[in-house]
Design a binder for this molecule. Structure first.
Ligand code: AMP
Length: 414
């Protein structure tokens, strides 16, 4: 399969060649023809599948084929600023190679609105935004959505999970009824299904099953206190050139990154409270190789793309199966090999073993448990404990001791 056979224009064919895309990915092969034909599309595809180009290429082609009009003529909504920024970057790279160079504007929250308002003064052809900031811009009369011909909801499941449902509906209410709508999502929970029904007209449905075969999943049982030394050993033994370590909070991200740094690792940190500039710098450092291991929270890492990431480590488990899918999807991208390691701590307060089982169940895949030599857990989760609460096999709780004493007294009495 070639891009040429999918109906791309010569200019965009040249652009994909220059980006180093030799052949379309599965989602691109499936989505390009219906989008070019003007159909609505519901596409289920994981991040890393090449989904961004799957809508960016046909969207730009349709835009430049039609006579110029005041914009924005296309609106892309994304759940996070990282994803919005990366999408805008690809659109701009492609647009810069077209004769009429459609103008791509980018807006997200957490930064001053003024530069974004200024940037919109000359108008734009494509608007890429997070929903909340887009509403702010609309309220400031920074733009109008009356000319939108094509709407893209990217990572729709994340948009809804991030609590954007309300904002989304307020934006949708301002769009013209006649338009092309494209909905991309990694998963299809009921909310996404309902949104698709409301939004899409006779959509072409595309499902790319990429329960990523290139990602080897590992689940390592160990005690909480052993996580740092075990991580250091993994980083040394596995010789990962680039690894992303997920933790649950900004505090832990800073702590783990500092400790790794103190042990001589090229460690960086990425979390929601860093400035946009600091995030960009640390991502650039990871790309350039001056950072080997990036310790990140979910919020900051959503939508993040890092070329050739060897490994993802769940130092702390994600809250949901969807987050797990997103986390491990950061490695093994676009055909590369990757490994996803999850630490399962039997002595964790939040019952890690049963939580991880739920994650396995949701993704329909069982990950064999293993122990790292030298880091075997003191506390062992048994099958029975996993469904109740996990307790240490070596230490007894006060209640257990009382129960045992009562049982002993009962036996002694007989
Ligand atoms: P996405 O799923 O859009 O986040 O894309 C994942 C990565 O795959 C990005 O780094 C793209 O540059 C890369 N990519 C997208 N399409 C192709 C392709 N046809 N060939 C090679 N790499 C691609």
């Amino acid at each position: 399969m070639s891009f040429a056979s999918l109906g791309l224009s010569p200019a965009l064919l040249r652009a994909v060649r220059e980006l180093g895309y030799h052949a379309p990915t599965a989602i691109q092969a499936a989505a390009l023809p219906p989008i070019l034909a003007g159909a609505d599309v519901l596409a289920l595809a994981q991040t890393g599948s090449g989904k961004t180009a799957a809508f960016a290429l046909p969207l730009l082609q349709r835009l430049v084929a039609a006579p110029p009009r005041p914009g924005p003529r296309a609106l892309v909504l994304a759940p996070t600023r990282e994803l919005a920024a990366q999408t805008a970057e690809l659109l701009r790279e492609l647009a810069s190679r077209l004769l009429h160079r459609p103008k791509v504007a980018l807006a997200f929250g957490g930064v001053s609105i003024n530069p974004q308002l200024m940037a919109l003064r000359g108008g734009c052809d494509v608007m890429v935004a997070t929903p909340g900031r887009l509403l702010d811009l609309l309220e400031h009369n920074g733009l109008t959505l009356a000319g939108v011909e094509c709407l893209v909801l990217d990572e729709a499941d994340r948009l809804l999970a991030a609590g954007f449902a309300d904002e989304l509906h307020r934006v949708l209410a301002q769009l013209p009824a006649r338009r092309q709508s494209l909905l991309f999502s990694a998963t299809c929970p009921a909310g996404v299904q309902a949104l698709a029904e409301q939004l899409l007209h006779e959509p072409v449905r595309i499902a790319i099953e990429e329960a990523p075969p290139q990602i080897t999943q590992r689940a390592i049982q160990l005690d909480r206190a052993q996580r740092l030394p075990a991580l250091r050993q993994l980083l040394r033994d596995e010789a990962w050139a680039r690894a992303l370590v997920f933790v649950a909070s900004r505090y832990t991200a800073e702590l783990v990154s500092d400790k790794l740094f103190a042990h001589g690792f090229k460690a960086g940190v990425l979390h929601g409270e860093l400035s946009q500039g600091a995030r960009r710098d640390v991502l650039a450092a990871l790309k350039a190789g001056s950072v080997q291991v990036l310790v990140a929270t979910d919020v900051a890492a959503r939508g993040l793309h890092v070329e050739a990431l060897d490994a993802v480590v769940n130092y702390e488990l994600p809250r949901s199966a969807a987050d797990y899918t997103h986390r491990i999807g950061r490695t093994g991208r676009a055909g590369a090999q990757g490994v996803a390691v999850s630490f399962i701590c039997a002595d964790s307060a939040e019952n890690a073993e049963s939580h991880f089982r739920l994650i396995e169940k949701r993704q329909g895949q069982r990950v064999p448990r293993e122990c790292l030599p030298g880091f075997e857990p003191q506390a062992v989760a048994t099958e029975a404990q996993a469904s109740g609460g996990i307790k240490s096999a070596t230490r007894k709780s006060k209640k257990d001791k009382l129960r045992e004493a009562a049982a002993k007294a009962a036996t002694d009495g007989h």
